[in-house]
Write a protein that binds this ligand. Structure first.
Ligand SMILES: Cc1cc2nc3c(=O)[nH]c(=O)nc-3n(C[C@H](O)[C@H](O)[C@H](O)COP(=O)(O)O)c2cc1C
Length: 184
Protein backbone atom coordinates (compact mmCIF):
# COMPACT_ATOMS: atom_id res chain seq x y z
CA UNK A 1 0.00 0.00 0.00
CA UNK A 2 1.18 3.54 -0.76
CA UNK A 3 2.93 5.17 2.18
CA UNK A 4 1.55 8.42 3.57
CA UNK A 5 3.92 11.26 4.40
CA UNK A 6 2.68 14.29 6.26
CA UNK A 7 4.59 17.54 5.66
CA UNK A 8 4.68 20.14 8.40
CA UNK A 9 6.00 23.59 7.50
CA UNK A 10 7.22 25.69 10.42
CA UNK A 11 6.55 29.01 8.69
CA UNK A 12 3.20 30.71 8.05
CA UNK A 13 4.70 33.13 5.50
CA UNK A 14 3.07 33.14 2.03
CA UNK A 15 6.40 32.92 0.19
CA UNK A 16 8.06 30.71 2.79
CA UNK A 17 11.30 29.18 1.50
CA UNK A 18 10.60 26.16 3.68
CA UNK A 19 7.23 25.69 1.97
CA UNK A 20 8.99 26.08 -1.40
CA UNK A 21 11.47 23.37 -0.38
CA UNK A 22 8.58 21.17 0.75
CA UNK A 23 6.86 21.72 -2.62
CA UNK A 24 10.08 20.70 -4.39
CA UNK A 25 10.29 17.58 -2.21
CA UNK A 26 6.65 16.71 -2.98
CA UNK A 27 7.36 16.99 -6.72
CA UNK A 28 10.49 14.84 -6.41
CA UNK A 29 8.63 12.19 -4.40
CA UNK A 30 6.00 12.06 -7.15
CA UNK A 31 4.02 8.84 -6.97
CA UNK A 32 6.46 7.12 -4.60
CA UNK A 33 4.29 8.22 -1.65
CA UNK A 34 1.11 10.11 -0.86
CA UNK A 35 2.23 13.51 0.44
CA UNK A 36 -0.10 15.95 2.20
CA UNK A 37 0.54 19.18 4.08
CA UNK A 38 -0.71 19.65 7.63
CA UNK A 39 -2.78 22.81 7.94
CA UNK A 40 -2.45 23.84 11.59
CA UNK A 41 -3.13 27.57 11.26
CA UNK A 42 -6.27 27.42 13.35
CA UNK A 43 -5.18 25.44 16.39
CA UNK A 44 -5.38 27.46 19.61
CA UNK A 45 -2.43 28.28 21.83
CA UNK A 46 -1.76 25.42 24.22
CA UNK A 47 -3.69 26.04 27.39
CA UNK A 48 -4.35 23.24 29.87
CA UNK A 49 -7.76 24.75 30.65
CA UNK A 50 -8.99 23.68 27.19
CA UNK A 51 -6.96 20.48 26.81
CA UNK A 52 -9.74 17.91 27.52
CA UNK A 53 -11.76 17.27 25.50
CA UNK A 54 -9.36 18.28 22.74
CA UNK A 55 -10.52 21.26 20.66
CA UNK A 56 -11.90 20.18 17.25
CA UNK A 57 -8.91 21.49 15.30
CA UNK A 58 -6.48 19.72 17.62
CA UNK A 59 -8.39 16.43 17.26
CA UNK A 60 -8.20 16.83 13.47
CA UNK A 61 -4.45 17.45 13.32
CA UNK A 62 -3.77 14.61 15.79
CA UNK A 63 -5.72 12.25 13.57
CA UNK A 64 -3.71 13.33 10.49
CA UNK A 65 -0.48 12.73 12.40
CA UNK A 66 -1.64 9.31 13.58
CA UNK A 67 -2.56 8.23 10.06
CA UNK A 68 0.82 9.18 8.56
CA UNK A 69 3.58 6.62 8.02
CA UNK A 70 6.12 9.41 8.16
CA UNK A 71 6.27 13.04 9.23
CA UNK A 72 8.61 15.51 7.58
CA UNK A 73 9.15 18.90 9.18
CA UNK A 74 10.49 21.84 7.13
CA UNK A 75 11.47 24.64 9.43
CA UNK A 76 13.18 28.02 9.49
CA UNK A 77 15.32 29.23 12.34
CA UNK A 78 14.01 32.05 14.52
CA UNK A 79 16.53 33.37 17.03
CA UNK A 80 18.56 30.16 17.11
CA UNK A 81 15.50 27.99 17.54
CA UNK A 82 12.44 26.89 15.56
CA UNK A 83 9.40 29.19 15.36
CA UNK A 84 6.84 29.47 18.15
CA UNK A 85 3.99 28.29 15.89
CA UNK A 86 5.79 24.97 15.45
CA UNK A 87 6.47 24.72 19.18
CA UNK A 88 2.78 25.26 19.88
CA UNK A 89 1.87 22.49 17.43
CA UNK A 90 4.44 20.13 18.95
CA UNK A 91 3.19 20.94 22.44
CA UNK A 92 -0.33 19.84 21.44
CA UNK A 93 1.02 16.72 19.73
CA UNK A 94 3.16 15.80 22.74
CA UNK A 95 0.36 15.50 25.27
CA UNK A 96 -1.26 12.22 26.38
CA UNK A 97 -4.49 11.43 24.58
CA UNK A 98 -6.27 10.49 27.81
CA UNK A 99 -6.60 12.86 30.73
CA UNK A 100 -4.35 11.83 33.61
CA UNK A 101 -2.46 9.26 31.52
CA UNK A 102 0.92 10.82 32.31
CA UNK A 103 3.68 9.22 30.27
CA UNK A 104 1.06 7.53 28.06
CA UNK A 105 0.86 7.59 24.28
CA UNK A 106 0.62 10.88 22.45
CA UNK A 107 -0.30 11.46 18.79
CA UNK A 108 3.38 11.83 17.90
CA UNK A 109 5.11 9.25 20.12
CA UNK A 110 6.66 6.42 18.12
CA UNK A 111 6.13 8.23 14.79
CA UNK A 112 8.86 8.20 12.17
CA UNK A 113 10.11 11.75 11.66
CA UNK A 114 12.67 13.64 9.63
CA UNK A 115 13.34 17.34 9.15
CA UNK A 116 14.87 19.87 6.75
CA UNK A 117 15.56 23.54 7.07
CA UNK A 118 16.01 26.75 5.16
CA UNK A 119 17.31 29.71 7.13
CA UNK A 120 20.06 32.32 7.25
CA UNK A 121 23.82 31.93 7.32
CA UNK A 122 24.19 28.92 9.62
CA UNK A 123 21.57 26.86 7.71
CA UNK A 124 19.43 26.53 10.81
CA UNK A 125 22.05 24.76 12.90
CA UNK A 126 20.43 26.00 16.09
CA UNK A 127 16.85 25.17 15.17
CA UNK A 128 17.77 21.71 13.89
CA UNK A 129 19.58 20.85 17.12
CA UNK A 130 16.70 22.08 19.25
CA UNK A 131 14.11 20.34 17.12
CA UNK A 132 16.00 17.07 17.39
CA UNK A 133 16.17 17.47 21.15
CA UNK A 134 12.43 18.01 21.49
CA UNK A 135 11.53 15.21 19.04
CA UNK A 136 13.65 12.82 21.13
CA UNK A 137 11.90 13.96 24.27
CA UNK A 138 8.57 13.23 22.55
CA UNK A 139 9.77 9.67 21.89
CA UNK A 140 9.60 9.90 18.09
CA UNK A 141 11.69 7.68 15.84
CA UNK A 142 14.01 10.23 14.20
CA UNK A 143 15.93 10.01 10.95
CA UNK A 144 18.39 12.89 11.35
CA UNK A 145 20.79 11.93 8.55
CA UNK A 146 20.91 12.66 5.67
CA UNK A 147 19.51 16.14 6.14
CA UNK A 148 18.75 18.99 3.76
CA UNK A 149 19.91 22.25 5.32
CA UNK A 150 19.98 25.36 3.17
CA UNK A 151 21.46 28.75 3.98
CA UNK A 152 20.00 31.64 2.01
CA UNK A 153 21.80 34.93 1.51
CA UNK A 154 20.38 38.46 1.31
CA UNK A 155 19.76 38.29 -2.45
CA UNK A 156 17.54 35.23 -2.18
CA UNK A 157 15.85 36.70 0.89
CA UNK A 158 14.87 39.77 -1.14
CA UNK A 159 13.78 37.73 -4.18
CA UNK A 160 11.39 35.52 -2.22
CA UNK A 161 12.25 32.67 -4.55
CA UNK A 162 14.22 29.60 -3.60
CA UNK A 163 16.05 28.07 -6.55
CA UNK A 164 17.88 24.92 -5.55
CA UNK A 165 21.43 24.34 -6.77
CA UNK A 166 22.32 20.94 -8.20
CA UNK A 167 24.03 20.01 -4.92
CA UNK A 168 20.97 21.02 -2.91
CA UNK A 169 18.74 18.96 -5.23
CA UNK A 170 21.05 15.99 -4.61
CA UNK A 171 20.83 16.54 -0.84
CA UNK A 172 17.06 16.57 -1.02
CA UNK A 173 16.96 13.49 -3.23
CA UNK A 174 19.22 11.65 -0.79
CA UNK A 175 16.95 12.56 2.11
CA UNK A 176 13.85 11.48 0.17
CA UNK A 177 15.39 8.11 -0.74
CA UNK A 178 16.52 7.51 2.83
CA UNK A 179 13.18 8.52 4.33
CA UNK A 180 11.20 6.32 1.94
CA UNK A 181 13.38 3.40 3.09
CA UNK A 182 13.06 4.46 6.74
CA UNK A 183 9.24 4.37 6.62
CA UNK A 184 9.06 1.43 4.19
C1 LIG B 1 11.94 36.46 14.18
C2 LIG B 1 13.00 35.94 13.24
C3 LIG B 1 14.19 35.48 13.76
C4 LIG B 1 15.16 34.93 12.92
N1 LIG B 1 16.30 34.40 13.46
C5 LIG B 1 17.17 33.75 12.65
C6 LIG B 1 18.28 33.04 13.22
O1 LIG B 1 18.49 33.00 14.42
N2 LIG B 1 19.12 32.39 12.36
C7 LIG B 1 18.91 32.40 11.00
O2 LIG B 1 19.70 31.76 10.28
N3 LIG B 1 17.88 33.04 10.45
C8 LIG B 1 17.00 33.71 11.23
N4 LIG B 1 15.91 34.35 10.69
C9 LIG B 1 15.75 34.31 9.22
C10 LIG B 1 14.81 33.19 8.80
O3 LIG B 1 15.27 31.92 9.20
C11 LIG B 1 14.68 33.21 7.28
O4 LIG B 1 14.10 34.44 6.90
C12 LIG B 1 13.86 32.06 6.74
O5 LIG B 1 13.89 32.13 5.36
C13 LIG B 1 12.41 32.13 7.18
O6 LIG B 1 11.74 30.96 6.75
P1 LIG B 1 10.63 31.00 5.63
O7 LIG B 1 11.25 31.56 4.40
O8 LIG B 1 10.24 29.56 5.44
O9 LIG B 1 9.50 31.85 6.13
C14 LIG B 1 14.95 34.92 11.51
C15 LIG B 1 13.74 35.43 11.00
C16 LIG B 1 12.78 35.92 11.85
C17 LIG B 1 11.47 36.43 11.27
Amino acid sequence: MEKKILFIVGSMRNHSFNRQLANDAKKMIGDKADVTFLDYRNIPFMNQDIEFPAPEEVARIRSEVEQADGIWIFTPEYNFSYPGVLKNLLDWLSRPLKQGDFGGASAISGRKVTFSAVAGRAAAKGSRAKLEEVLKLMRTDIMNEPVTAIAVGPETMMSDELVLTDDQKKELEAQIDAFLKFIG
